[in-house]
Design a binder for this molecule. Structure first.
Ligand SMILES: N[C@@H](CCC(=O)N[C@@H](CS)C(=O)NCC(=O)O)C(=O)O
Length: 206
């Protein structure tokens, strides 16, 4: 059985979302990185970087939330989160790396400005620059979603989950997505899925 480390209100939420989509049994250990749980010796043997999330599945120990979701989908979600066919699977890998490298840096920067700083501490110049760096990736995402219902074809896959989970940083910080209507519609639809709503409830409860 998979054991997933990390409180729901962290990047762990994207892994909880994947596990909930698949409906598989898992154990959740809600270690809190803000309280120092992840710097305990016990946890550092799992992730020497002292960050969440991390996953243990028998002899597999893995970190990096978006990569963990590829692992979960590939091993437990064939035909659902992990689509059939080379072309669709290629898109899952492509969009996951795109989320990590193109969209997450400016999106996390924005989250830090709005959720981790008090209003008077915010750096407007940084917020404006981050918004500029967010526009190009959103153009790319919108163009893809004008051509295809989901990122890897006609069905929701781990490609959508991984990218939408990063887009959630934008919606949470009230970034206006209306200039990208296809992406805007798709983000709303993905985030409204029952599995993600269940994870949202876990975040609130923690
Ligand atoms: N690239 C990593 C980032 C992990 C990460 O930075 N996690 C944060 C919580 S969302 C953390 O544990 N921070 C604690 C720290 O930096 O010491 C991933 O996607 O898993």
């Amino acid at each position: 059985m998979i054991t997933l480390y990390g409180k729901a209100a962290s990047r762990t939420s994207r892994n909880l979302w994947a596990l909930e989509e698949l409906g598989i049994a898992y154990k959740h250990v809600p270690f809190d990185y803000l309280k120092g749980d992840t710097k305990m010796a016990e946890y550092l043997t799992i992730n020497p970087a002292g960050k969440v999330p991390a996953l243990v599945d028998d002899d597999v120990v893995m970190t990096e939330s978006l990569g963990m979701n590829l692992y979960i989908a590939h091993n437990y979600g064939i035909g659902t989160l992990w689509p059939e066919g080379k072309a669709a699977r290629a898109k899952c890998i492509q969009w996951t790396l795109w989320a990590a490298t193109e969209l997450e840096p400016p999106a996390v920067g924005r989250l830090i400005e709005f959720n981790f700083k008090k209003e008077h501490e915010r750096d407007q110049k940084n917020i404006d620059e981050l918004a500029e760096h967010t526009k190009w990736p959103l153009n790319t995402l919108d163009a893809a979603l004008q051509r295809s219902t989901y990122l890897a074809g006609a069905m929701f896959t781990i490609a959508d989950l991984n990218v939408a989970a990063v887009c959630e940083y934008l919606t949470r910080t009230k970034f206006d997505l209306t200039p990208w209507p296809a992406a805007n519609r798709w983000v709303s639809e993905c985030l409204a899925r029952p599995a993600n709503q269940k994870v949202n409830a876990m975040k609130m409860a923690a």
